[in-house]
Design a binder for this molecule. Sequence first.
Ligand SMILES: Nc1ncnc2c1ncn2[C@@H]1O[C@H](COP(=O)(O)OP(=O)(O)OP(=O)(O)O)[C@@H](O)[C@H]1O
Ligand SMILES: [Mg+2]
Length: 252
Amino acid sequence: MQQQRIIGIVSGKGGVGKTTCTVNLGLAMHLFGKDVMLVDTDITNANLCMHLGNYSPPAGVQKALGDNTSPLDIVCTHPTGLNFIPADISMDFIDTELQATKLRRFLRDIHCTVLLDGPPSLENNAQAVIKSSDEILVVTNPEMPSVIDSLKVIKFAKMLEKPVLGLILNRNNRYFSLTKENIEQVCGEKVLALVPEDRDVKKSIFLKQPLVALKPYSATSIAFRKLAAELHGETFRPPGISFLRGLLERFS
Ligand SMILES: Nc1ncnc2c1ncn2[C@@H]1O[C@H](COP(=O)(O)OP(=O)(O)OP(=O)(O)O)[C@@H](O)[C@H]1O
Ligand SMILES: [Mg+2]
């Protein structure tokens, strides 16, 4: 039986790319031959199922937490083979709050790498996700407000003695942006992946296909594939023709 490893994907600031990173990192791990389960823990604004094209999943995390359903009974599978547990998108659960002990108990049956798509902020639900995780990955953008909110999340995780794996610097670009070094200095953590600003992210959400599947040789996908390997203590070496294929993908 594979060992469980729960990685919380969090940010502080909203809209920085947590769900995009969860989906693409998860698919990169899956294609790398690892067992992985994505879980939508952003129960107020559940988005994971939309990135994966399942707009009305039959059951979600909130109901399952309420009636002690096993997570394994509500698993959905994307056509790529990637498994995920959606959160309910209806208004019925608007008052539901996550409780760390309950969430941890709920996740107990999942014996693989679990990526929790976290809610924004550091409010109760976000705190519960951090408390339920074994390790934390922090997504940030190269802008000071996002970096400062990431720093708060890092400090909170450290207060709880939760290991912080590092940062994913998402939407990286050259214009009016903090550098990787600036961000590492402010946060005191390493940037593990530099994910560029990429207009194909929008296209991939529209097509319900993670970018790692849609354009596997793009710089964005290569960043996620490298990170997926590194998080499993392995190395991803892009094949020699990657650059050329990446160029061709840009025009497709
Ligand atoms: N690397 C990228 N390049 C361009 N656009 C991106 C990139 N990453 C994310 N986006 C865009 O940013 C938007 C927000 O992304 P996403 O929903 O993943 O953020 P989030 O942190 O999960 O948001 P929330 O805090 O609301 O859960 C999406 O509409 C997506 O198109
Ligand atoms: Mg999200």
